[in-house]
Design a protein around this ligand. Structure first.
Ligand SMILES: Cc1cc2nc3c(=O)[nH]c(=O)nc-3n(C[C@H](O)[C@H](O)[C@H](O)COP(=O)(O)OP(=O)(O)OC[C@H]3O[C@@H](n4cnc5c(N)ncnc54)[C@H](O)[C@@H]3O)c2cc1C
Length: 397
């Protein structure tokens, strides 16, 4: 077994792989390197509770867990290069080199910048969230560019804090690619129900004299502007320096390319979480997923592979979103040809459950405020969809 492991990125995926490695009996040296100065915290709360309370939620279970992980923490230091070989070396921005037999890349993602709006608010980490929270305290009218899950959550939270909120979305219907037309329309209706304005099928041109000018000629008054148009994987740090071996050997187009268990194209280097683009054995395609549950799943898979211990049972992708006090949950794989079937509730009411079938086979389930029924269908999907995937993963090891 390898004697030392360096994990780059000390957040959800990075912490989970360390937990899983220790739980699976890895006794060697672990170094956890994180660009943020804070110990790992729950990122999903940043667009929800944190904007109201200002209290981050830590991921670690106190000092006892920190001690039991027995890892060397290097926080507030960015990795700026990776040299791979018989021993790998992670270079830090203070010039230090950290050597390890195995490196796990868990550097997440950063907000996609909107040209012309680089100085607007973006929300990815605690520093962004603190800045946004301070700005919202002095805001009457908030405009959010991008109405997918993140933009919608910020809109809902700001609305609950008494702000006048406008959402602007380039697509005709937000989140249609994931939820399909019927369910996306039902979820989008939540904004209107709470008095949040939504402009769709239009883009922003400028923000001048407190007014956002839209491409359809509308002017949206806004004291504060948030841009939430997606994220890009944090991979440049490992591939930008062409003098380092990893730069040419790591494939990192839209995420570090990996097999199903997190192995990258360089032996002994793994990638997990938002920064990774693993092979999905059910489709034969590489796909990057930016959800909490995915970061956990990939971390356990990588830890199992590194330690040669059994992989966790296969599970379908899962995410949730909270808006206006409602819980939206989705599990499975979105497919444009999947047909939605209402299995409980009413799409015009605040509670419903929809199952998506492809060729008469369930492939996904989505629910608004119906966690019990949702969980039952999610478990069925885990059992049916993942049985083939599970055997492939066990063979691939
Ligand atoms: C505001 C917000 C709300 C969300 N809400 C939900 C939700 O409701 N439901 C859901 O399913 N998912 C949600 N997500 C997504 C979920 O939080 C992410 O999928 C998850 O955090 C991914 O974990 P990760 O460890 O891969 O990446 P991250 O959490 O992004 O962590 C990566 C870490 O690596 C560090 N890093 C980056 N580059 C370097 C470097 N060069 N050197 C050292 N460290 C580096 C970063 O600073 C960061 O701490 C939300 C995300 C955000 C931003």
């Amino acid at each position: 077994m390898s004697e030392s492991i360096a994990v780059v990125g000390a957040s959800l995926a990075g912490l989970t792989v360390v937990r899983s490695l220790r739980a699976r009996g890895f006794r060697g040296r672990i170094t956890l390197i994180g660009a943020e100065p804070e110990l790992p915290y729950e990122r999903p709360t940043l667009s929800k509770e944190f904007l109201q309370t200002g209290e981050p939620v830590g991921l670690l279970e106190g000092h006892a867990e920190t001690r039991s992980l027995d890892a060397e923490w290097i926080l507030g230091q960015r990795a700026v290069g990776l040299s791979t070989g018989a021993t790998h070396v992670v270079r830090l921005d203070d010039g230090r080199d950290i050597s390890a037999d195995i490196v796990v890349l868990a550097t997440g993602a950063r907000p996609r910048l909107l040209p012309g709006f680089e100085t607007a608010h973006y929300l990815r980490d605690l520093r962004d969230a603190r800045r946004l929270r301070a700005a919202l305290a002095n805001t009457t009218r908030l405009a959010i560019i991008g109405a997918s899950f993140l933009g919608s959550e910020i809109a809902a939270t700001a609305h609950e804090s008494g702000l006048e909120v406008t959402l602007i979305e380039q697509a005709l219907l937000p989140s249609i690619g994931v939820l399909g037309e019927t369910v996306a329309a039902a979820c989008t209706a939540l904004h209107a129900r709470h008095g949040v304005r939504l402009h769709t099928g239009t883009s922003v041109l400028t923000h001048r004299d407190g007014v956002l000018e839209l491409s359809d000629g509308t002017g949206v008054p806004a004291d504060t502007v948030v841009v939430a148009i997606g994220a890009e994987p944090e991979t440049d740090w490992a591939t930008a320096d062409q003098t380092m071996r990893s730069a040419t050997h790591l494939h990192a187009d839209d995420g570090f390319l990996t097999g199903p268990t997190g192995r990258t194209t360089v032996p002994g280097v793994y990638a997990i979480g938002d920064c990774a683009r693993p092979l999905d054995p059910s489709t034969g395609r590489h796909r990057r997923t930016e959800h909490w549950h995915n970061a956990i799943t990939q971390a356990h898979l990588a830890a199992a592979t590194i330690t040669g211990t059994p992989a966790p049972p296969p599970a379908v992708p899962y995410f949730w979103s909270r808006q206006y006090g409602h819980l939206l949950q989705f599990a499975g794989t979105a497919h444009p040809a999947a047909v939605p079937h209402l299995i409980d509730g009413d799409l015009s009411s605040p509670t419903f459950t929809v199952r998506y079938d492809l060729d008469h086979t369930p492939v996904a389930v989505c629910a608004l405020d119906n966690p019990r029924l949702f969980t039952r269908h999610r478990k069925l999907l885990d059992r049916s969809i993942c049985s083939a995937e599970g055997s492939e993963q066990r063979i691939a090891g």
